[in-house]
Design a protein around this ligand. Sequence first.
Ligand code: ME8
Length: 528
Amino acid sequence: MTSYYVTTPIYYVNDAPHLGHAYTTVAADVLARWHRQRGERVWFLTGTDEHGQKILRTAEANGVGPQEWADRLVTDAWQPLWEHLQISNDDFIRTTQQRHTDRVQEFFQDLYDKGEIYQGRYEGPYCVACEEFKLPGELIDGEGEFAGQKLCAIHRRPVEMLSEDNYFFRLSDYGDRLLAHYEAHPDFIQPESARNEVVNFVRRGLQDLSISRSTFAWGVPVPWDEHHVIYVWADALLNYATAVGYNENPARFDDVFPADVHLIGRDILRFHAVIWPAMLMAQGLPLPGRIAANGWLLVGGEKMSKSNLTGIEPQDLTSHFGVDAYRWYFLRAIAFGQDGSFSWEDFTARYTSELANDYGNLASRVTAMIGRYFAGTLPEAKTDGEAERTIRESLTRTVTEADRRVGDQLDFQGGILAIFDFVRQVNGYLTQQQPWKIAKDDTPEARARLGTILYTAAESLRAVAVLLNPVMPRTSQQLWTSLGAEPSLGPLPAQRIHEAGGWGRLPPGTTVAKGPALFPRLEENPNT
Ligand code: ME8
């Protein structure tokens, strides 16, 4: 079987990352970890997009060269954040690396030789923040300080009018083939609204795409014309191929390429669902399995972005809620593919009720009772009854449901909700069985019953630790250790998702120890 290949966008290094970038990257990480826990071979790629006018201008404004600027941002901001957020990428590609730039030149030289590229002139609007050639109909009219100007609808800042001799890729030739591909692969673009948007866009007719720029030099030189650099997007999209051995290591390339899933934001949908597949078609390369677009994280009703200065840094939140809760929150609170607003109040409320009360308390109650009533040795389940059967059956359903939703459908919210429903059910089971009352009776029957209840709860927690490991690896590991699962069951990441529901894996007799709270009580909200 070939590798399951997941990617994030490669982010511009004009500034430090904010919540929006972390949102896509955490989702990709959860997906990659989920598939690894299915036992699949996974390749998870992220990286940075370092060429183009936006980065050149930012570097100039900061009085340094663009390479130095990019190096600084990657080393000081991007890579440390991904480490901090426990992102498990297998590789990190930078578009200024030679392994990328050489292959980009080969790719475009080849297209040029095939007659897919011709010289022309671009006259029209361009948004430097998007690094995108715009159609006049996509622009909005400026007001106030921008009155009389045309603005980019995403950044709400004036576009620039370009007039350049550029090289063009014959994108307009690919409309019918693209439409046929969307038709034959209904899941190619996710969600449905994104798919519709792309289909409508392509149906209106495609224009050829400028793939070079000739008024600045920060980019990959066009190999047949030294006065041009490759357009930053044409360069950037190729990262998904150059990072896995395109034109360099055929065995590796065949194993990993194409991506099973490109995770992206809505803003870069056309690049991934129209231009990228057309570029691949032009070279006879296979197309990705799925383009999955997340919605916007909004601040005050507007897209959060570096260019608009509304970005909140992830560290502002992790220092308050912890890294695991952070990873969980956005996937839990927002249906993937839809927009969602961030608020401290909502995060605080969900942290307290779902993480601390439902999940954290269950873990601490169960491990504390095993400590108190069985001196920290996991008891046997001797008296299985109807209530225990219900829990077991529910767990089996939960595993199937969570696996389908997260692993297949990228419905992170639905998967997490299914797991937390199970957590609540186990809490309900304890409330109903009242082990703390049974513990007052030390007849053999009562002890056996108490053992059964606590075993059932501990086994349930074992399964929850496995299922939540891709989302909250640290707390899962902490719970795993406190249940005595390691060393008895071995390391947590080696536990398979589909085996999580196999009952009775935690052997009676393991040492269970109540650890520190999985989700400590929050300090006062620093923002109020
Ligand atoms: O577009 N809500 O890089 P970029 C949700 N270099 N997601 C958001 C977001 C928000 N408010 N803001 C950003 C580029 N994102 C190109 C990509 S790929 C070959 C080249 C996420 O730094 C979302 O995934 O502008 C979006 O697509 C991406 O960051 C844009 O990052």
